[in-house]
Ligand binder design. Sequence first.
Ligand SMILES: [Zn+2]
Length: 76
Amino acid sequence: MAKLKIWRAGERSEALCERCRGWRDTEFQYRTVPLAASRKRVDDVLVGVCLACDGIASIPQQSAARLRAIAAAAGA
Ligand SMILES: [Zn+2]
């Protein structure tokens, strides 16, 4: 079983940013993230922030799993 990297705030990576449409450097930071299927917002989610546009460029596996659990609990 492949071991997933667990990211920490302040670490750098790169990702394809949908907002500014390019491959950008990112830094992992805690942000408030809207859940896709509802109006609910989740505080303190570790995401990859695009250093070019300050948008959310990536959501690491560890955060995606947490968001899914919260969405399921909310019935979304
Ligand atoms: Zn961007």
